[in-house]
Write a protein that binds this ligand. Structure first.
Ligand code: GDP
Length: 444
């Protein structure tokens, strides 16, 4: 089951229950059962699912709920919290530091997405102001260096490799030494994979590790292996100590939920997840953000962090949010930033409500939709853009004028204003700091 489908199914189960007229224990049990079935179908380990079931039931103890309490909120919060703990490794990964040669070594089986992820990660840090580079120590697979070269060139990342040297340890050592001398801050070493775990692969891994002394070793795992991720990561771990995991191909029809929860259960930090073949399809993994997005609740915190890290101009919106305000212009600025930031379907998932609005659109349709929203904003007067949106309710003819001016429909204008209202509501709740941000989201 694709992760998005899993999220939709869990969400539907919670919404059906909280909307139903009789919110009793029987209906609640039905919801928990549906969530558990969805998780098992996404290849999450049955034992983990059973634990989740028990904990949700314990957290929402129907018999002891005082009359008048907001059952809907309690149920939503319990489901959210327990899904977070299901995917939470409870262990922090290494954080690269500026003005230091942070060496990151990649290990994993062939085809897991190692080479692709190395380039994605180098680009990720490069966009965040780190001087990044790549070393290809995969001398086992013919064409590995060519592939890395192509990826690196596309991403404009300096690289090192050899077409003649057959000893991966020598290539790794030489490459890392050269880049350390040149004061690179992120040095990523791609090592070779094998079709399966073999003695020779493990021996090579250990040798390269000793030669380059990485600050972090990351293992790459393909999400489609589902629950088997646990056994694979343990097998690697018992040979070469590694610090963190990247799970790739979580966009596929694979059992991504199974892989993520299985790894989390081993308490190995998951640093990133791969969400597609494109260079930008790499997301930092944070349990709360991941579950928020899974459930279509958006990920305001992730969005703000992402935008900040990309050094886009955000000053006004950040100031507004800290004051509890979110104007139509803020929404316009966010939309325009989103269009600069990469695959739309992924970015839209971070804005509460927007992914729902975009439904099952592909990136092209999504881009069109966002463009139309921008046209709407661009047809507004300065006063309207800087307003809190109330003037449209007081004078609905403004919407007709804007729809005509932007070549869109009144309905689309209404939709945009509803989106802004929702974000303004969140900004209001978040006033007083980012710490309240997640609370505001959880309460939605
Ligand atoms: P390696 O043998 O481990 O170095 O694997 P590659 O980096 O060559 O990747 C194998 C295939 O997986 C390539 O076709 C990649 O484009 C693809 N791939 C890697 N990461 C992802 C991902 O997150 N999503 C999808 N859909 N494909 C990916």
């Amino acid at each position: 089951m694709v992760l998005q489908d899993l999220g939709r199914r869990i969400n539907a189960a919670v919404n059906d229950l909280t909307r139903s007229a009789t919110l009793d224990e029987k209906a609640f049990d039905g919801m928990v059962k549906e969530i558990c079935n969805a998780l098992v179908e996404a290849d999450v380990n049955v034992k983990l699912v059973m634990n989740l079931r028990t904990s949700i039931k314990r957290a929402v103890n129907f018999k002891e709920l005082a009359p008048g309490v907001n059952k809907k909120r309690i149920i939503q919060k319990a489901v959210f919290d327990h899904l977070v703990s299901l995917v939470n490794p409870h262990n922090s990964p290494y954080t690269p530091k500026k003005n230091k040669a942070n060496t990151i070594m990649f290990v994993g089986l062939q085809g897991s997405g190692k080479t692709t992820t190395c380039t994605k990660l180098a680009r990720y840090y490069q966009a965040r102001g780190f001087k990044s580079c790549l070393v290809c120590a995969d001398t086992f697979r013919a064409g590995a260096f060519d592939q890395l070269k192509q990826n690196a060139t596309k991403a404009k990342i300096p690289y090192y490799g050899s077409l003649t040297q057959t000893d991966p340890v020598v290539v790794a050592r030489e490459g890392v030494e050269k880049f350390r001398k040149e004061r690179f801050e992120i040095i990523i070493v791609d090592t070779s994979g094998r079709h399966q775990q073999e003695e020779s692969l493990f021996a090579e891994m250990v040798e390269i590790q000793q030669a380059v002394k990485p600050d972090q070793t990351i293992m790459v795992l393909d999400a489609s292996i589902g629950q088997a991720a646990e056994a694979q990561s343990l097998a690697f771990k018992s040979t070469a100590a590694f610090g963190a995991i990247v799970i790739t191909k979580t966009d596929g029809a694979a059992a991504g939920g199974g892989a993520i929860s299985a790894v989390a259960a081993t308490k190995t930090p998951i640093v990133f997840i791969g969400t597609g073949e494109h260079l930008l399809d790499l997301e930092r993994f944070q349990p709360e953000s991941f579950v928020s997005k899974l459930l279509g609740m958006g990920d305001m915190q992730g969005l703000v962090e992402h935008v900040q890290s990309l050094k886009l101009d955000q000053k006004d919106t950040m100031k507004h949010i800290s004051e509890g305000v979110f104007t139509v212009r803020d929404l316009r600025d966010q939309l325009s930033n989103i269009m600069k930031m990469g695959p739309l379907s992924k970015m839209a998932g971070m804005i509460p409500g927007l992914s729902g609005m975009m439904g099952n659109m592909d990136d092209e349709d999504g881009a069109m939709k966002l463009k139309r929203m921008m046209y709407i904003c661009d047809s507004m007067t300065v006063k309207e853009l800087d307003s809190d949106g109330k003037m449209f309710v007081e004078q609905p003819t403004r919407m007709t004028r804007i729809a005509r001016g932007s070549g869109t429909s009144v309905r689309e204008v209404e939709e945009l204003l509803a989106q802004q209202r929702m974000m303004a509501g969140m900004a209001k709740k978040m006033k007083g700091g980012m710490a309240n941000m997640q609370k505001a989201q959880n309460a939605m």
